[in-house]
Design a protein around this ligand. Structure first.
Ligand SMILES: *[C@@H]1O[C@H](CO)[C@@H](O)[C@H](O)[C@H]1NC(C)=O
Ligand SMILES: *[C@@H]1O[C@H](CO)[C@@H](O)[C@H](O)[C@H]1NC(C)=O
Ligand SMILES: *[C@@H]1O[C@H](CO)[C@@H](O)[C@H](O)[C@H]1NC(C)=O
Length: 338
């Protein structure tokens, strides 16, 4: 039954993806200006994508948490002012310094890839493309599908903490959807991209309202499976003392330290065992519930949808042509690096 309800929506999205010229399929708010294998096509750095993949693999073999870290970094970049690597810029009042971006990682990996590329093809490959390619590759290594990343993005020249509008992990379903829509994404993208929470960790502080004081009721979140809530309260004891530690918990205890990309996240959503409030709420809307049920039943459907939504996210408000610049160091604008 669930297939009947949901399938038309997904089938439509996927057939659209497969049938149209892939280059035409990436348009969002901006006209399509990115190209398939941009650096090869322009003969500026034929092996750019190979260099990126090689470095990502080296780091990923050492630390599997690279995949969720890059996924979060890309999300934090693309959703705020577009995929322009503005999240990578250092400085006192940059996006990186905003409280919502606290705990972002993988900057070292991006810097290493940039070092290699500046050595091989100086001044050519943008940090925004590196971030997109590296995320695709790390996710693929973790078990996600590979998907085409069109290239030719340029890097932004500004970054301000005040522009960071990322919603909190306990935002309501309506607010979450409004946020995704404001970026040109839809309900299928939202349900799909939240599936990136099949990997990675979060601090207890983002969960404790659900465990102790949901929506200021002084009670736990009623949408949480009681046995799971008990387990989570053990992992995240009430923080009563100032300076008490704020432990990390896995976003998907089933995947845990394997950092494997799986569909088990959706089983947790449908059985009221999601860790974050925003994830659990997918269950309380008929559209997102049906999508979650479909993904829980078919990993392949989730994989296809994930490839599509990641592509769409990677094309939000990209800079091309003469806009922006190609940074020499991903942490600084060229002016700031002189
Ligand atoms: C960028 O600048 C930082 C700080 O000076 C430095 O540590 C890093 O190695 C530089 N990266 C590249 C790619 O030049
Ligand atoms: C939280 O409480 C407010 C006011 O009672 C209510 O309007 C809102 O729907 C509640 N939010 C959730 C997520 O339950
Ligand atoms: C969701 O589905 C249930 C069961 O099919 C139905 O009773 C309910 O009215 C639906 N809710 C909305 C908001 O469409």
């Amino acid at each position: 039954m669930r297939k009947d309800v949901f399938f038309p929506l997904l089938a439509l999205a996927l057939s659209w993806w497969c049938m149209v010229n892939v280059e035409a399929a990436v348009g969002l708010q901006t006209p399509v200006k990115l190209q398939w294998h941009y650096y090869k096509r322009h003969n500026t750095c034929d092996d750019a994508e190979t260099y990126v993949r090689y470095q990502v693999e080296k780091f990923w073999k050492e630390d599997k948490s690279l995949a969720p870290k890059l996924a979060r970094l890309l999300y934090s970049d693309c959703m705020v002012t577009g995929c322009d690597a503005s999240v990578l810029l250092d400085g006192p009042n940059t996006e990186k310094a905003a409280p919502q971006n606290w705990g972002l990682g993988a900057f070292v990996v991006i810097d290493k890839i940039k070092t290699v590329l500046e050595d091989r093809c100086p001044g050519v490959v943008s940090c925004a493309d590196i971030l997109n390619l590296a995320t695709r590759d790390a996710l693929h290594m973790a078990g996600a599908p590979s998907y085409p990343v069109f290239t030719g993005r340029r890097d932004g020249m500004t970054s301000t903490a005040a522009s960071v509008d990322l919603p909190s992990p306990s935002v309501s379903w309506e607010e979450a959807l409004a946020y995704f829509k404001s970026k040109g994404l839809d309900v299928l993208d939202m349900t799909t991209l939240l599936g990136a929470h099949s990997m990675g960790r979060t601090h207890c502080r983002y969960v404790e309202d659900r465990l102790y004081n949901f929506n200021k009721t002084g009670k736990p979140d009623p949408s949480m499976d009681p046995a799971f809530a008990t387990q989570m309260r053990k992992a995240c004891p009430p923080r009563v003392k100032k300076g008490q530690s704020d432990p990390l918990v896995f976003l998907n205890p089933d995947s845990g330290s394997d950092y494997k990309f799986t569909a088990s996240f959706y089983n947790r959503v449908t059985s009221s065992q999601a860790v974050l409030g925003v994830d659990q709420q997918l269950r309380y809307n008929n559209d997102t519930l049906q999508i979650a049920q479909e993904f829980a039943a078919s990993f392949e459907d989730f994989r296809k949808s994930f490839a599509l939504s990641m592509s769409r996210m990677g094309n939000i408000n990209v800079l091309t042509g003469t806009a922006g610049e190609i940074r020499r160091n991903c942490s600084f604008t060229n002016k700031g690096y002189a």
